[in-house]
Design a protein around this ligand. Structure first.
Ligand SMILES: NC(=O)c1ccc[n+]([C@@H]2O[C@H](COP(=O)([O-])OP(=O)(O)OC[C@H]3O[C@@H](n4cnc5c(N)ncnc54)[C@H](O)[C@@H]3O)[C@@H](O)[C@H]2O)c1
Ligand SMILES: [Zn+2]
Length: 369
């Protein structure tokens, strides 16, 4: 058997570990015994119906065999339920089931469950332990690492939240086999992003193992997920509360968010918007002479290799207008994370609107080929 990968997220006051291994779900009980050091804690597994149907049996039986008496607590599926009302609904359920300050919440699902259950844990009785057990690519490589929790408000996404680090993160790439093709690929773009920002070896794995990644070969998946987690852990450890260096993780997100907003959060998944945003960032980097054409081409090819991506119907004028609005709410500067080379980025504040506009025209053209 391959050795389990354990990655430390070095935050204060208590560092924690992400455990990454194919089949880990069936060993979750034993692993939690180790993490919770034998204390008899009540476990509450927060999840959504699709994840419960496909994977909860494995998790629950593993926890039961290890001597826990886990209780399932369900919330409705989907981004639109990532709201404060769901937190209250779940908290009421917890009290009825007898959850106390020693109880442990297990966030078992994609990024929505992770964000909701994480925020719930930070509030319930002024804070109980939470274990993240992410089940989408996006949640495994991104959302479950770093302790950001949030729900949405009418005015915008993730406006109500906390920094609240989990006790541990248990990642089993085997659960990704039941994701839809689109959800699966969408998460991979965030992993590829880590490669561009600061992990050239990971980027090369995407170039060289494309086939085995896309066919969800267990060893290939475990490898790219572990490397992405390793990278995000380093970035988070250096800047826990996002006061500076953690910004590099926003590669592809400045334009990506504008694309999501311009399309009313309907036609693009988050990762897909980031994918187009990364290609646009590479294009901007060439136009502003931060990088060379070859680097930009490698980024574009690696992104498109994980495709197909949905067509873009947005106008560059609309995207530029969104960024201008962003600028007003962010002290007059819009930060662009631009690639300098594979594995190195630079933060730039003064990208001219005309350049942004040309880059958006370019990705629109590409999306129609
Ligand atoms: N906290 C952070 O740092 C952070 C970072 C990035 C994104 N996020 C948040 O994450 C959310 C998006 O997460 P997501 O993309 O995982 O979406 P999601 O949680 O909505 O999951 C996508 C869909 O896949 C289903 N699903 C989950 N696991 C499955 C499995 N193994 N098999 C089959 N279906 C499964 C879900 O039920 C859902 O229908 C957004 O709300 C975003 O704001 C948070
Ligand atoms: Zn993202």
């Amino acid at each position: 058997m391959e050795p389990m990968t354990r990655v430390t997220i070095a935050v204060s006051p208590r560092p924690y570990e992400a455990w990454i291994e194919n089949g880990l779900l069936t060993r979750a009980g034993k692993t939690l015994r180790e993490i919770l050091s034998g204390r008899r804690q009540q476990l509450f597994v927060v999840t959504v119906p699709p994840v419960r149907r496909k994977w909860s049996k494995k998790l629950i039986s593993s926890l039961s065999v290890a001597g826990f008496d886990p209780k399932l607590v369900e919330m409705p599926d989907g981004e639109r339920h990532k709201k404060l009302a769901t937190i209250e609904y779940l908290a009421e359920k917890l009290t009825r089931l007898g959850a106390d300050r020693e109880s442990v919440i297990i966030a078992f699902g994609g990024g929505v469950v992770g964000d909701v259950a994480g925020l719930l844990a930070s509030l319930y009785m002024r804070g109980v332990d939470v274990i993240q057990v992410p089940t989408t690519v996006l949640a495994q490589v991104d959302a479950s690492i770093g302790g950001k929790t949030a729900v949405n408000l009418r005015a915008g996404k993730n406006l109500l939240g906390t920094f609240y680090q989990p006790r541990a993160v248990l990642i089993d790439p085997a659960v990704l086999l039941t994701l839809t093709e689109r959800e699966f690929r969408s998460g991979l773009y965030e992993a590829l992003k880590c490669g561009v920002i600061g992990h050239p070896e990971l980027f090369r794995q995407f170039e060289e193992m494309k086939e085995s990644i896309l066919t969800r070969d267990p060893a290939a998946l475990e490898c790219v997920i572990a490397e992405s987690v390793r990278f995000k852990a380093l970035v988070v450890s250096a800047d826990e509360k996002e006061s500076g260096s953690r910004q590099v993780l926003n590669l592809g997100h400045t334009i990506g968010h504008a694309l999501e907003a311009e399309t009313g959060y309907r036609s693009l998944l988050h990762g897909e918007a980031v994918a187009w945003g990364m290609i646009a960032a590479a294009d901007i980097a060439v136009r502003t002479k931060k990088t060379n054409a070859n680097t930009a081409r490698r980024i574009r090819d690696a992104v498109l290799n994980l495709g197909p991506l949905p067509q873009l119907t947005v106008r560059s004028r609309g995207v530029v207008r969104r960024l201008r609005a962003d600028k007003k709410t962010r002290n007059g500067v819009v930060h662009f994370v631009l690639p300098r080379e594979i594995g190195g980025v630079e933060i730039v504040n003064d990208v001219p609107e005309a350049v942004v506009s040309e880059a958006v025209d370019e990705i629109r053209r590409l999306s129609r080929q």
